[in-house]
Design a protein around this ligand. Structure first.
Ligand code: NAX
Ligand code: ADP
Ligand code: K
Length: 502
């Protein structure tokens, strides 16, 4: 699914109006009725609905929602917040059709104290062009300070939030739900807006499919339809050689669990053969807990230069996954450097392997093209430096993926996957139950397994991120977010693979 900028959404609007064709006021009516329907499906008509409207088209939506709910016997109060002198035509047309008398608000103290019902925020939408400050900021504070039991529903965008750039400094409505039209907005996907957006509900409003299809954007959402198209079912005459041989280099004394989790996830992702390369202390643990994996050990407790010779001698590996629980010992760093000089196929690099690369940045140039890096935000910062906000971090992510010809998956909710062509995909699966030690090791295993069995890097990273999150969602559904652990993600992979064939 494409993510459009404010400018593109405006163009989509205009294209729909011209080519469906539909009048602008009827398109607004369609958007408002989608919102009114959602509200009536979720809140009883005994609730009073307090609707705050600006004077742009977001406010116009609010007025139309007010009328539609009033017609369904909701008690409705409308407050027109005088954000500007100018009102749009569609706002004015809907004001004329409003069956009740609105109250006008010119100052923060004029906001009524609301003790029951629900609040609808239709003050500012995608037309926000500067930070909200002054008395309007006071109005927003007042609304945000309403008692917790009063849900705030923002229409299209929480008022005060920019969708294409950072608005950390703008005062913003904190919504419990954002009822947004047709497409995700970039700002919804970045952690800086998490407290503002609340739960996102996307409502289709019939924007012209031709426009959506032909418009290009660097930002996309990875959804179920996309991964179903990427998934390749196994061939009936396949043998274990068909699905590749992966080498997983992981673990150090006290962190063999990371290697075990990665190995299990790699095997449960369909790899043909897996060899793990571990420090000697990991041998018994791996052979006992993952008998399907072959095991080569380094004589030391840290992985050393030996993994250089290993790879040099045994080029049969289709890919290498390196990093989980690895440690950053100097001998390991030397080994990694030699590995990068020798091994030229796309690989998966995670955790301490990334930390080593941050310590020796010259190694960045040695990473094979199309490799997949999976930093969490701290590892990303160590690798590429700090940025002043998350939109800038996203630009840096794209820049580095292009510069080094890598797939870089920046982990978190809506993990951002930047590709060597500068396109960014945001993963839509996963939940806070996955914020638990080892979840990232599982991801590395999945990606290594997919890459080894022949998926191209781009497909492996999109498919892998999606099924990792989806298996986490299935685990949380069954066990709760609190009680699930990283190993449970592996246990639910099968359930997700079963749903992939078209
Ligand atoms: N295709 C779509 O997505 C559709 C969008 N519609 C609605 O139209 C909205 C966009 O409407 P508009 O472009 O009129 O924009 P807004 O409704 O966001 O209002 C913009 C107005 O607010 C003023 N303003 C901007 N920043 C301000 C600030 N910080 N303080 C005070 N005033 C400020 C501007 O000068 C302008 O007058 C969308 O968010 C959506 O709700 C729907 O009506 C129909 C279809
Ligand atoms: N709140 C969340 N929503 C969605 N996914 C999450 C959330 N928290 C963590 N995850 C996912 O879990 C994984 C955690 O990885 P990481 O931080 O490397 O953990 P570890 O180092 O413990 O293995 C990432 O893939 C991340 O996207
Ligand atoms: K709004």
């Amino acid at each position: 699914m494409k993510i459009l900028s404010a400018q593109q959404i405006k163009a989509a609007d205009a294209y729909t109006i011209a080519n469906e064709p539909i009048s602008s006021i009827d398109l607004m009516e369609r958007a408002a009725s989608a919102c009114a329907q959602w509200i009536s499906a979720h809140f009883s008509s005994s609730e009073t609905v307090h609707i705050f409207c600006g004077k742009g088209n977001n406010g116009g939506d609010g007025l139309a929602i007010a009328r539609l709910l009033w017609e369904q016997d909701y008690k409705v109060q409308v407050y027109i917040v005088e954000v500007s002198l100018h009102a749009t035509d569609d706002f004015t047309a809907n004001l004329e059709k409003l069956p009740i008398q609105p109250q006008y608000i010119h100052a923060s103290h004029e906001v009524p104290s609301i003790t029951t019902g629900i609040v609808v925020d239709a003050i500012l939408g995608t037309g926000l062009n500067r930070p909200v400050e002054g008395w309007l900021a006071g109005v927003f504070h007042h609304i945000n300070n309403l008692q917790q039991q009063i849900p705030i529903l923002s229409i299209d965008v929480p008022s005060g939030m920019m969708i294409d750039s950072s608005s950390e400094k703008s005062t913003c409505i904190h919504a419990r739900y954002t009822l947004s039209f047709e497409v995700y907005k970039l700002g919804f996907l970045l952690p800086e807006n998490a407290e503002r957006v609340g739960e996102i509900v996307l409502l289709p409003i019939g924007l012209h499919p031709e426009f959506l299809q032909r418009e290009s954007t660097p930002y996309h959402i990875v959804d179920a339809a996309m991964v179903r198209a990427l998934y390749q079912p196994r061939k009936s005459f396949a043998h274990k050689g068909t699905y590749g041989h992966a080498l997983l280099i992981a673990g150090s004394y006290g962190k063999i669990g990371a290697a075990v989790l990665s190995a299990k996830a790699c095997l449960r992702s369909g790899v043909g053969l897996l060899t793990t390369y571990l420090p000697s202390c990991g041998y018994n643990i791996m052979q006992t807990s993952v008998p399907e994996a072959m095991c080569i050990t380094d004589p030391r407790n840290e992985l050393s230069m030996q993994f250089y010779t290993l790879v040099q001698e045994k080029q049969q590996y289709n890919t290498i996954g390196i990093g989980p629980g690895l440690g950053t010992d100097v001998s390991t760093a030397k080994g990694l450097e030699k590995l990068l000089l020798q091994y030229k196929q796309a690989m998966v690099i995670d955790a301490d392997a990334l930390n080593i690369i941050s310590q020796y940045p010259r190694l960045l140039d040695q990473i094979p093209a199309n490799s997949i890096l999976t930093p969490h935000p701290k590892e990303f910062e160590r690798l590429f430096g700090a940025t002043s906000n998350q939109f800038e971090r996203l630009s840096l992510l794209r820049e580095k993926a292009v510069q080094y010809k890598l797939y870089i998956l920046l982990k978190g909710k809506f993990s951002a996957i930047a590709c060597p062509d500068g396109v960014v995909y945001f993963n839509s699966t996963g939940n806070p139950g996955m914020a638990t030690g080892g979840s990232g090791d599982v991801l590395t295993g999945i990606l290594t397994g997919l890459l080894a069995q022949g998926y191209q890097s781009k497909v492996a990273v999109l498919l892998g991120a999606y099924i990792h999150g989806a298996a986490g969602d299935a685990a949380a559904e069954q066990l709760s977010q609190e009680a699930m652990v990283a190993g449970d993600i592996i246990d639910f992979l099968g359930e997700i693979f079963k749903k992939l064939p078209n």
